[in-house]
Design a protein around this ligand. Sequence first.
Ligand SMILES: [Fe+2]
Ligand SMILES: [Fe+2]
Length: 193
Amino acid sequence: MQPIAPLMIEHRLIERMVKLMRLDMERIRANILVDPGFAFVDPVFIDVAVDFLRTYADRCHHGKEEDILFAELAKKELPPDLKKILDDLTAEHKLAREYTKELVSAKENYLREEPEAVNKILFYVDKLTAMYPKHIATEDQHFFIPCMEYFTPEEKDTMLARMWEFDRRIIHEKYEGTVSAIENRRACGLGRK
Ligand SMILES: [Fe+2]
Ligand SMILES: [Fe+2]
């Protein structure tokens, strides 16, 4: 198996979540058309989508791209066109993190019933769901396959093994982080004892 195979499989799941987010955005817009004061945002869906974007799309998927594939590519003499795509893809990962952070902030504003919160939610869901399909298409159709020519079969096997190991650690990292965050909140006196 090529090291790009798990990344391409992960793209299919990211596309499915992006589609769900897009549908939710269209549902909110349709509600607003019927009654501008009645947006019906589902904060639980936003929390689930944000957890997916942060844990799966960013930490697990972008993590393997940046820490393994992109890092190994950076050691190669890439032609300017591939180098440019590599830089653009890395910049888009950063942008996705920013958009996700803004979406969380918009959802918190919505829960505080602040004006413009719904528009901000729609704005960042639109940004995220417009960016991901293009980003994925660039990787699948113009980047991953030509990049594989720069690696020997042994290098590809090593990257794939590192990716499996990377995945294996994610679940432990995620829930260690969950427990630590609760402990820290309680130590600061912000949570219930
Ligand atoms: Fe990517
Ligand atoms: Fe990707």
